[in-house]
Design a protein around this ligand. Structure first.
Ligand code: ATP
Length: 663
C-alpha cells in the first residue's frame, strides 16, 4: 500500500475575482475626480478669441498643432469677459477657452501681428497631443468589453456547481473533502439498525486504519463497496458515518457532478478526482447516486456517436481497476437502481462488495425511532415499540419525518411535550396526506364516500388474508376524499391467496357503490389502478395464471424489453384476457360478500356518516371479533396487554409500595 505523502507546500491561492475590476474602476474614477485640475473650459470662435487676444486677456496659450486647436488660459481679471456670474461662482482655479485654428503656422503669423500692434504677451507653447489612449480605447474598447462579458458568463456557468469555478476549471472534480478536522461529524452511533451493512462498512474503516492486520495474512484490501437499497434507507448516512469514523480524507460527490454540457468534461473530472485522491491516499471516494454515470453502456436510445456518459463511465472503470495502481483508495458508491448499472462496474475488483441496505424491519425501526426521538421532548405516553409497529414499510427517512412532523403537530397545539396522539397523527398525515376539513363536499358525495369506504372496511374484516383495518375516515386527506388505514403484515413472500384477498378488498369500494348506490363514480380510480397493476404483475411476472402458468416476462435489468414486448401478439391477448378475468372474478366475489353482509355494511355507512372516523373497535362491536389475526396484530395485542398490566402494577405500587415487593 502507498504510504501517505507528506503534504505539499501549498502555493498561496490568489483567485481572480470580478470584484477586483469593479474596485479598480471605482478607485480610478475617484482618483480622477480628486486629482484632476480644477478648470472651467468654454468653446469660443476665432473672432471672440482675437478680440480677447488684442486686449491681452490671456496668461498662456497651448497650441495642439496636430488637432488644429488651442487652449488659452484667461487672466482672472479678464474671466468675466467670457464667463457669466454664475459660472464664475463655481470656484474653479483656472478658466480657459478652446478655439479651432486654421494651422499652427498661420496662428504663429497672427501672433506676430498682435505682438506688433498690441501689447499681447501670453506664453505660447506648441504641443503634439498624444492621443494614443483615446484611439486605443476606440479601436479595442468594444472588444475588451465583449471579452469581459463573455468571461463573466462562462465563470457563472461553470462555477454553479460550487467549488472550482472558472471556465478553465470545468474539468476539475467538484468533490467535497471531509477530513479529521471537519466539524459536525456523523458517526456509526447516528446510524440505527442496519447491523449487517454497518459491520461491512466498519470493516472498510478498519482496513484503512490498520491495513497490516489483513495484508499480513495475504489478503488484499477491497477496492470498492456499493451500497444498494430503496430511497431513504440510510445509504448516504452510512457513508457519512464512514467519513466521520475513518481517520482518512473522504471525497464525496454525486454521480451527476461528472455530467456537464461540455464533451469530455466527465472523463477529465474522473481523472482529476482520482489524481486528487492519489495525493491524499489512503482515502475514500464516495459517489452518491452512481446510476447517473454508471448506467449500462450500449443501450442508449439516443444513438449518439460519442456518448459523453459512456466516456465518463469508461474512465471510471479504468481508474477503478485499470493498468495504473490506485492503491489506498477505496471507492464507495450508493444507488437505488442497481439493476441498470453496467455489469463491468459491478464485477469483483471494482466493487468487490455489494452491501444491501433494505427497508428496516421492526427492530431496526425501533432503533431508528430511538435515534430520531433523542432531540424530541416526548411525553410518557409515547412507546417506541408501538410506533415501530405502526410504521411497517417506512424507511429511515420516513421515520425521521414522522418524528419531526409529530413535534410540529404538538407545537401547533401549544403542547410542552409531544404525545402519542401527535405521532399517530403524523403517521396518518404521511401515509394519507394533510387532513382537509375545509374541503367542501355535498351530502350526496359524503354518502357515496361512506358507502365506498365501508365497502373496503367490511370486506377486509371478513377476508382472511386482507390486511387488518385500523381506521376509516371520510374526512378528505391530500387528494383523496376518504381513506382507510390497514396494518399490513410484514411478509418476505406473498401467496396467490393473499394477493387475491387484497385485490377483492380493494375492489370493495367500487362494488359497494354499484350495489348500494346503483351507480359508479370516479372515486375508485386509485383502487382500480392498484388492482390492474397487481393483476398484471401476477399474470405476466409471477406466473400465477392458470392459462399461462410459470411464465415470467419481467426483466430485472430493465434493459432488454425497452421497445419490444418479449411475447407474441397472441400471448399479449391471453394476458389481457387473464387480467380482466381475474379482476372480474374478484369484483363478483366482492359483490357476493357485500350482499351477504349488507346489513353490517349499512350500519357501518351510517356510523361513518355520523362520526366521520371509525376505528377497529367500532367494527368489532358491529361484526364481532375478527376470525383471523395476523402475526403483527397478535404481537400488538400482546404488547397492549403487557402495557396495561404494567400500568395496573404501577398504579397499585403507587397506592401501597410494600405490596410491590411481595409481588
Ligand atoms: P437516497 O437513495 O434517496 O439518496 P439514502 O438511502 O441515501 O436515500 P439517506 O440520505 O442516507 O438515504 O437518509 C435520509 C435520512 O433518513 C437521513 O438523513 C436520516 O435522518 C434518516 N435515516 C435513514 N436511515 C437511517 C438509520 N438507519 N438511522 C438513522 N437515521 C436514518
Amino acid at each position: 500500500m502507498e504510504q501517505p505523502k507528506a503534504p505539499k507546500n501549498k502555493k498561496p491561492n490568489f483567485k481572480f475575482n470580478l470584484y477586483w475590476i469593479y474596485s479598480i474602476i471605482a478607485f480610478t474614477m475617484f482618483g480622477l475626480f480628486i486629482f484632476s485640475p480644477n478648470t472651467s473650459v468654454k468653446d469660443e470662435n476665432w473672432s471672440k478669441f482675437e478680440e480677447l487676444a488684442r486686449s491681452n486677456s490671456f496668461s498662456k496659450i497651448t497650441v495642439y498643432s496636430n488637432k488644429k486647436m488651442l487652449e488659452a488660459t484667461l487672466f482672472d481679471s479678464s474671466a468675466s469677459k467670457v464667463f457669466s456670474k454664475d459660472e464664475l461662482a463655481n470656484g474653479a482655479k483656472e478658466r480657459q477657452i478652446k478655439v479651432s485654428i486654421p494651422s499652427a503656422d498661420k496662428f504663429n503669423d497672427q501672433v506676430q501681428i498682435w505682438k506688433k500692434e498690441t501689447n499681447f504677451h501670453a506664453d505660447i507653447t506648441y504641443k503634439e497631443d498624444n492621443d494614443f489612449m483615446n484611439s486605443f480605447l476606440w479601436s479595442f474598447g468594444p472588444l475588451i468589453l465583449i471579452a469581459i462579458v463573455w468571461f463573466y458568463f462562462m465563470r457563472r456557468m461553470s462555477g454553479q456547481g460550487g467549488a472550482g469555478g472558472g471556465v478553465f476549471n470545468v474539468g476539475k472534480a467538484k468533490a467535497q473533502i471531509f477530513d479529521k478536522a471537519s466539524v459536525n461529524k456523523t458517526t456509526f452511533k447516528d446510524v440505527a439498525g442496519l447491523s449487517e451493512a454497518k459491520q461491512e462498512v466498519e470493516e472498510i474503516v478498519e482496513f484503512l486504519r490498520n491495513p497490516s492486520k489483513f495484508t499480513e495474512l495475504g489478503g488484499k484490501i477491497p477496492k470498492g463497496a456499493l451500497l444498494i437499497g430503496p430511497p431513504g434507507t440510510g445509504k448516504t448516512l452510512l457513508a457519512k458515518a464512514v467519513a466521520g469514523e475513518a481517520d482518512v480524507p473522504f471525497f464525496s460527490l454525486s454521480g451527476s457532478d461528472f455530467v456537464e454540457m461540455f464533451v469530455g468534461v466527465g472523463a477529465s473530472r474522473v481523472r482529476d478526482l482520482f489524481r486528487q485522491a492519489k495525493e491524499k491516499a489512503p482515502c475514500i471516494i464516495f459517489i452518491d447516486e452512481i446510476d447517473a454515470v454508471g448506467r449500462a453502456r450500449g443501450k442508449n436510445p439516443s444513438m449518439g456517436g460519442n456518448d459523453e456518459r459512456e466516456n465518463t463511465l469508461n474512465q471510471l472503470l479504468t481508474e477503478m481497476d485499470g493498468f495504473g495502481t490506485n492503491s489506498g483508495i477505496i471507492v464507495m458508491a450508493a444507488t437505488n437502481r442497481v439493476d441498470i448499472l453496467d455489469k463491468a462496474l459491478l464485477r469483483a475488483g471494482r466493487f468487490d462488495r455489494q452491501i444491501n441496505v433494505d427497508l428496516p424491519d421492526i427492530n431496526d425501526r425501533k432503533a431508528i425511532f430511538g435515534v430520531h426521538l433523542r432531540p424530541i421532548k416526548i411525553d410518557e405516553s409515547v412507546n417506541i415499540e408501538f410506533l415501530a409497529r405502526q410504521t411497517p414499510g417506512f424507511s429511515g427517512a420516513d421515520i425521521a419525518n414522522v418524528c419531526n412532523e409529530a413535534a410540529l403537530i404538538a407545537a401547533r397545539g401549544g403542547k410542552s411535550f409531544v404525545e402519542k396522539q401527535d405521532f399517530t397523527d403524523a403517521v396518518d398525515r404521511i401515509v394519507g396526506g394533510l387532513e382537509k376539513k375545509t374541503k367542501i363536499t355535498t351530502e350526496e358525495e359524503r354518502t357515496a364516500i361512506s358507502i365506498h369506504e365501508s365497502g373496503h372496511a367490511t370486506l377486509s374484516w371478513f377476508l382472511e388474508h386482507a390486511s387488518p383495518l385500523i381506521k376509516v375516515t371520510i374526512v378528505p386527506r391530500g387528494r383523496a376524499l376518504g381513506a382507510a388505514w390497514y396494518l399490513p403484515e410484514e411478509r418476505q413472500i406473498t401467496t396467490k391467496e393473499q394477493m387475491l384477498d387484497e385485490m377483492c378488498a380493494t375492489l370493495g369500494g367500487r362494488a359497494a357503490e354499484e350495489l348500494f348506490l346503483g351507480r359508479i363514480s370516479t372515486g375508485a380510480i386509485n383502487d382500480l389502478e392498484r388492482v390492474s397493476k397487481q393483476a398484471y404483475a401476477m399474470i405476466a411476472y409471477y406466473g400465477m395464471s392458470d392459462k399461462l402458468p410459470n411464465l415470467c416476462y419481467y426483466d430485472s435489468t430493465g434493459q432488454e424489453y425497452a421497445f419490444t414486448k418479449p411475447y407474441s401478439e397472441n400471448t399479449a391477448q391471453q394476458i389481457d384476457k387473464e387480467v380482466s378475468d381475474m379482476i372480474s372474478q374478484q369484483y363478483n366475489r366482492a359483490k357476493e360478500m357485500l350482499t351477504k353482509y349488507k346489513d353490517g355494511h349499512a350500519s357501518l355507512t351510517k356510523i361513518l356518516l355520523e362520526k366521520e372516523v371509525i376505528f377497529k373497535e367500532d367494527l368489532e362491536k358491529l361484526f364481532g371479533e375478527r376470525a383471523w389475526k395476523s402475526r403483527t396484530e397478535e404481537i400488538l395485542i400482546q404488547d397492549e396487554a403487557k402495557e396495561k398490566a404494567k400500568l395496573t402494577l404501577e398504579s397499585e405500587s403507587e397506592s401501597s409500595p410494600e405490596e410491590t415487593k411481595t409481588l
